[in-house]
Design a protein around this ligand. Structure first.
Ligand code: AHM
Ligand code: MG
Length: 338
């Protein structure tokens, strides 16, 4: 990564986290270790994603997860790599992963950890066999119980209390997007030196012209009338302004949200008659994405209120999701909460 004056950008993720970067934040050592652990694991996952067609990690693992979805070998591999990296930090009292029904904890080190890590090891993995972007999503919460191995109470906290959230996008390049609750920054993996380098010091989600809406419109027949009317209104089919003249949908949350974060617009995964609470999981998909979105100046709603205010009822509970430019999320709310 080069500046226009030819100087090389040398702010690494590690440097940023210890306050050597432009943020000058003093961050709890344990949070730093967890983020570094995820970054390390993601480099290995990125390597495997990049050569998946040549690898025996391609294909289904031969089972379904707690949500009844097909599990890929790379889902299991990614979860294991992340768990191994996080165990070494001795910083978490327990973890929640999309691929595991129950709370995960490490026998010997769980009692030492002050934090809970909630993560989706490889989001969008159904796209892996067609070389489409996937991602790792993570959320870090401070434990609420005083000591011992973490409990369900430590895991079921609303998004508003997240200490940090982020995702790694395995795309044309691998990027780590992070919020520590004071804005959003982005790092790009320089594979020649194996380091995440600060490439986007301040990411803001604007109200750009030519904005896109991003939703699986194949679900249209299953949507409520208000949801149908909202999408028709975005397109100008209800007689007013055309809010979104373009549609973009990858089917990988990290990729669809990343585009929305950088270019404006709205991403939605609404409730429908097949999925009354939508498809996306609150703890390790919706909440971290919502925190990033709001920290970048956008909004994140269930259609009836802020995603960050939703109190989880179980580890894998789902929520409808509307994230993106504030004006468009407000418009969604005006249809859906009526
Ligand atoms: P996954 O966690 O099993 O990969 O499922 C979540 C993914 C998201 O990445 C994406 O937004 C959504 O599922 C796409 O669902 P659909 O194929 O119904 O549009
Ligand atoms: Mg997922």
């Amino acid at each position: 990564m080069y500046h226009t004056d030819g100087k090389e950008n040398t702010c690494t993720l590690q440097g940023y986290l210890i306050g050597a970067g432009p943020s000058e934040q003093i961050l709890d050592r344990s949070v730093r270790k967890i983020i570094n652990g995820i970054a390390f694991a993601s480099k290995i996952i990125s390597r495997e994603v990049g050569r998946i067609s040549l690898s025996d990690l391609l294909g289904e693992a031969g089972g379904t997860n707690v949500q009844g979805e097909t599990v890929q070998k790379l889902d299991i591999y990614s979860e294991k790599i992340i768990c191994d990296a996080i165990e070494k930090t001795s910083s978490v009292c327990c973890m929640v992963s999309e691929e595991s029904e129950d709370i995960l904890s490490f026998k010997d080190v769980a009692k030492k950890g002050d934090y809970v890590l909630l993560f989706d090891p490889l989001d969008g993995s159904s796209n892996i066999d067609v070389n489409i972007s996937t991602g790792t999503i993570f959320s870090i919460q401070k434990r609420v119980t005083p000591q011992g191995t973490g409990t369900i109470e430590d895991c079921l906290q609303p998004g508003s209390s997240q200490v940090a959230a982020g995702y790694v996008l395995y795309g044309a390049s691998t990027m780590l997007i992070l919020t520590l609750g004071r804005g959003v920054v982005g790092f790009t993996l320089d594979t020649s030196i194996g380091e995440f380098i600060l490439s986007h010091p301040r990411i803001t989600l604007g109200e750009y012209p030519g904005r896109a809406y991003s939703v699986n419109e194949g679900n249209y027949p299953h949507w409520s009338e208000s949801q149908k009317c909202f999408i028709r209104t975005l397109k100008g089919l209800e007689g007013g302004e055309v809010y979104c003249g373009t549609s973009r949908y990858v089917g990988s949350l990290v990729a669809d949200f990343h585009r929305t974060l950088f270019k404006g617009g709205i991403f939605a995964y609404p409730a429908d008659s097949k999925n009354p609470n939508g498809k996306l999981r609150l703890l390790y998909e919706a909440s971290p994405v919502a925190m990033i979105c709001e920290q970048a100046g956008g909004k994140a709603s269930t259609g009836e209120g802020s995603i960050l205010d939703v109190v989880p009822t179980d580890l894998h509970c789902r929520t409808p999701v509307y994230v993106g430019s504030s004006s468009l999320v407000d418009l969604a709310d005006s249809f859906l909460s009526s």
